[in-house]
Every structure is written in structure tokens, then in C-alpha cells.
Design a protein around this ligand. Structure first.
Ligand code: OGA
Ligand code: FE2
Length: 481
């Protein structure tokens, strides 16, 4: 019996490894084309050079890098067997499901691995649960240590609105007056005093592309664009006549385009792979929540690495969705592609069925998680961005949100970003009401861990996730099968 199981298990692994090898070689080619920017990373604690919410992969190592950096994963004898055993006790879930609930306040009890978890329903749109004691002190310590002491440490998430040093932005050749909104003095001079000041530049950037620029970002923009009219901190009507508004629009568009998700975020982060073979603690944590939410194992294990985020005072994440629309049918899900594709703007879409977010550390003040649209009768983007009010700006409107969750160490907040397609049992429409963000930390540090469960739309239900592919490749490299 055990032997049969093993044979089946190994056959599947070999098959998947072959598929994986093909996908990887495709990825290689694209990576070379790109500019050699497929950043190489260490193996046991994988981190991306990327800074945002895009999925993070183990990128391929250059041949000559392989030798020296192939050490950190320690596979103990019996690890593979224990994986087989874990396979045996993980329940069989065929498709996606959403837990049933009746009303806000209702508590669902789930017993997993001998321990009871209480899921407190906090909203229905999105369907959202707060789960106290979801993660133990030991697990938290383990994650934080791993994040801090990993080879690379935590990365700054691109967030402040300014371009990062490695950003490729160059002043546009097409300098001069554009025909867009930036060319109209009235669009800048909001108080009508015939002078554009720092605050008005910030407001223009926000109004034009929802960029939350601080003063440094504004100065950086003018410097990059080699604009001197603002050298004395203001632009007069006369100076405005020669202002490079085309350059400003171009700059703003580049910032918006290249970092559409992250412009509005201030935090540091790192990605930790969760497979049992890399990290038994994380592997168990992942399986536990897979069972709580009845996620098919293949979907669970094909999901992204865990994202660990640290906010210090001033850190925040304005309102956003963790996933992208179901309507962009021409684009593959990012987790079905490869790093090179992900790095090309808008070539893929994030397909995150669920977010399970753990609070690893609560700040002394601030840092709430806000769901501005939760259980609203209607939700529409224009309403949230109506003139003079920007509901996405959680620095100003955190407590206007319909649901505000206060961080508690060890608690998880879990919600569905999508519905299930009732006719196929796979990914359905996005739940726009899942809009959320992290309010400003005012004192102390806030740490969270994001477990994003990626899932396929029905036409891709059999496609292998990039994460499964990379895992199998790693195992293969280590001669485990
Ligand atoms: C995120 C996020 C909320 C928070 O990381 O995607 O929405 O409370 N975080 O930090
Ligand atoms: Fe989020």
C-alpha cells in the first residue's frame, strides 16, 4: 500500500519536473532578453529584488552561480517521506469553496490538527473572518528571525512615490509644453493666488495620477527632469510659461505605470518560501490554513511565498485590491507565467483568491487594517475618489472605513478577494468590496505576514503554478527525485 503510494507520488513528481524544466527554459530565454535583470537569490530564504505585491519566484541561477549558492536548503533524510505522510492526511478538496456564513458576528469553529480555531465573521462583502490565536508565539518568532537574519534582510517596498535609485527613468526627449492637464495653470494653482507652491505640486500629482508625493519626491521629480523653475520653492505665472509640463506628465506616468500597486506604500518586506522542505514550520502553517479554508492541496502548494512586511512609524498602505479583475481575460494569471513576464508591465494579472494576513507584531499606535467599502450597499470607485475627498488615502480617512481591524499579535484576518464561479467551481469575479489597506503606524512597529492563495480560472485549472514548478526544480537539483 505504502509502496504503491510512493510509486504514484514519484511518477507525479517526475512528470511535473519535466513540465517544470520546459517552463524554466522558456523563462530563461525571456530573462536574458530582458536585460539580465532576473535577480539571483539564495535558496533557503528566497527573496526577490522586487519590492511589491507581484509574485516572487526563485529565478534561475546562472550556471556559474549555481555552485557557490546551492547550499542553504538542508534536506534531512526522511523529509520526502514525511511529505508523503503529510500528503496522506491532507483532506481531498477538489475545487474552490468559500466557507458558509450567515451573518456578521457569527463564529465558525474549525478543528484542525487537534486545535480549535474560531473564525469570527466581520463582514459579508467581502466575506471576512478574524481569527484570534491563528499563529503561535513560536511561529511568529521563527518567521521574524528568518526575515531579519536572511541573507538579504528586508527590502524597502517602493512606496513613497519617488523613483527608486535603480529606476530607469530618463528625462523625456520630448520636453516642453504638453497638451494635457499639466499645461493648464489653473489645474495647479488651486487657491488662485497665481503662484504654484509645494502643496499645490503635491496635490497636482495626486489629482493627476493618484501619486502620494511627499516634499522629497517633488524635489526629486524636478531634479530628474532638470526643471529649475521651482528652485525657489514656487512657480509664478511667468515661469509657468516655459515649464516642461510634458516632462512632468511623462514622469508621473512612468511612476504610475512601473509601480502601479506600490506607489502608495511605505514598508519593508521579504518573501519566504513555505514548502515543508525549506521550512517545516511554514509548511505546517500553510497546511493548517489550507485545511481551515478547505483549499485543494495543489492550489495551496502552488500559491505564492509568504510575504513578511514591516511598517515603522509613518508606514502605511493606501487602499487597494490584492488581486486584479476577472475581466482582463486576455492576460494569464501571474502565477501561471514566469518572472520575466511579470516584470513586463501589465503582461499578467494577479489572481489571488484569498488573502490570509497574520499580525506578527502590533504597533503601539495606529496600523489598523481598514476596509473602506466593507458591507457598503454600493461601492464605486468614483464615489471613493470624488472631488476633494480621496477615500483611498488611509492616512486621512482610515477611520471613515466601514470596517477597521485593530492589529492583535497572533490574530489573522482572512478574506475572499473573489467569488467562486458557480458553474465551474474555479475562480469567479473579483469582489470589489475587498478593497483595503494598512493605516499609518503612529508609534512602534507593525509586522504582518501575507499568505495569498492564488487560484486558476476554469480554463487554466490544470495549469501548473510557477511556484510548484520552481519547487520541483529545486528538489530535482538536490537529487531528491
Ligand atoms: C497588504 C495589506 C494591510 C495591513 O500587505 O497587501 O493590505 O494592515 N496590508 O498592513
Ligand atoms: Fe493588501
Amino acid at each position: 500500500m505504502m509502496l504503491t503510494r510512493k510509486i504514484v507520488f514519484f511518477s507525479i513528481l517526475v512528470f511535473l519536473a519535466l513540465v517544470s524544466a520546459k517552463e524554466e527554459s522558456d523563462a530563461d530565454k525571456k530573462c536574458d532578453q530582458k536585460d539580465g535583470s532576473c535577480k539571483k537569490i539564495t535558496k533557503s530564504t528566497e527573496v526577490c529584488d522586487e519590492d511589491g505585491d507581484e509574485p516572487c519566484f526563485f529565478d534561475d541561477l546562472e550556471e556559474d552561480e549555481k555552485e557557490e549558492s546551492s547550499t542553504p536548503v538542508i534536506l534531512r533524510a526522511g523529509d520526502l517521506k514525511s511529505r508523503v505522510d503529510i500528503d496522506d492526511e491532507y483532506p481531498l478538496y477538489e475545487k474552490l469553496t468559500r466557507l458558509q456564513n450567515a451573518k456578521v458576528g457569527e463564529v465558525i469553529e474549525k478543528k484542525v490538527d487537534g486545535k480549535k480555531y474560531k473564525l469570527h465573521t466581520r463582514s459579508l462583502k467581502p466575506l471576512l473572518f478574524e481569527i484570534p490565536n491563528a499563529i503561535s508565539e513560536d511561529e511568529i518568532m521563527h518567521i521574524k528571525e528568518k526575515a531579519v537574519f536572511s541573507t538579504e534582510g528586508l527590502f524597502e517596498s517602493i512606496a513613497r512615490g519617488g523613483l527608486t535609485p535603480e529606476d530607469s527613468f530618463k528625462p523625456s526627449n520630448k520636453k516642453g509644453r504638453g497638451l494635457g492637464p499639466a499645461a493648464m495653470f489653473e489645474n495647479w494653482d488651486l487657491n488662485g493666488d497665481k503662484i504654484i507652491d509645494m502643496n499645490e505640486v503635491k496635490l497636482f500629482c495626486k489629482g493627476y495620477n493618484f501619486l502620494y508625493f511627499d516634499e522629497d519626491d517633488v524635489l526629486k521629480m524636478f531634479k530628474k527632469l532638470e526643471i529649475s523653475e521651482f528652485d525657489d520653492g514656487k512657480i509664478t505665472e511667468k515661469e509657468f510659461e516655459t515649464l516642461d509640463t510634458m516632462g512632468i506628465e511623462n514622469y508621473s506616468n512612468v511612476v504610475m505605470r512601473e509601480h502601479p500597486k506600490h506607489r502608495q506604500r511605505t514598508s519593508e518586506q521579504i518573501w519566504l518560501p513555505m514548502a515543508e522542505e525549506y521550512d517545516a514550520v511554514l509548511g505546517r502553517l500553510r497546511d493548517r490554513f489550507g485545511k481551515i479554508f478547505e483549499i485543494p492541496k495543489r492550489i495551496l502548494h502552488g500559491s505564492e511565498h509568504m510575504q513578511i512586511v514591516r511598517y515603522t512609524p509613518g508606514g502605511h498602505y493606501h487602499a487597494h485590491h490584492d488581486t486584479e479583475t476577472h475581466k482582463a481575460t486576455s492576460k494569464p494569471c501571474c502565477h501561471h507565467t514566469n518572472t520575466a513576464t511579470i516584470k513586463q508591465h501589465a503582461q499578467c494579472r494577479l489572481c489571488r483568491f484569498m488573502t490570509i494576513m497574520f499580525y506578527l507584531e502590533k504597533p503601539e499606535e495606529g496600523g489598523e487594517t481598514a476596509f473602506p467599502a466593507a458591507d457598503n450597499v454600493t461601492y464605486s470607485e468614483p464615489e471613493f475618489r470624488r472631488h476633494g475627498y480621496d477615500g483611498y488615502n488611509l492616512n486621512e480617512h482610515c477611520h471613515d472605513a466601514n470596517l477597521v481591524v485593530k492589529p492583535q499579535k497572533g490574530t489573522a484576518v482572512a478574506w475572499y478577494n473573489h467569488h467562486v464561479d458557480p458553474s465551474t467551481g474555479w475562480m469567479g469575479d473579483i469582489d470589489e468590496w475587498s478593497l483595503h489597506g494598512g493605516c499609518q503606524v503612529r508609534k512602534g512597529e507593525k509586522w504582518i505576514a501575507n499568505l495569498w492563495l492564488t487560484a486558476p480560472y476554469s480554463k487554466d485549472a490544470d495549469k501548473m503554478s510557477m511556484y510548484s514548478a520552481e519547487f520541483l526544480r529545486m528538489m530535482q537539483e538536490r537529487g531528491e527525485f
